[in-house]
Ligand binder design. Sequence first.
Ligand code: FES
Length: 82
Amino acid sequence: MIITICIGSGCHVRGSRKIISILQDLIDKYYLEAKIELEACFCQERCTEGVVIKIDDVMVTGVSKENITEIFHQKILEVFTP
Ligand code: FES
């Protein structure tokens, strides 16, 4: 799985750097480093809906440091737990 986080200026201002670090911690916590790759991308032209991330090819908007853990559990961790 590839998770892409927008680091364009709009999403940067909304905290994409913090989201990357929370995701990195969650990936470490669940030992998923061999299964999940984090990538950064430039503006996805949805700045007003940032932070924008993509989980494989599925775009998720409105990501924040408050909801990223829940998104991780619902959309990411679920894929790897039987
Ligand atoms: S800066 Fe992230 S969508 Fe534009």
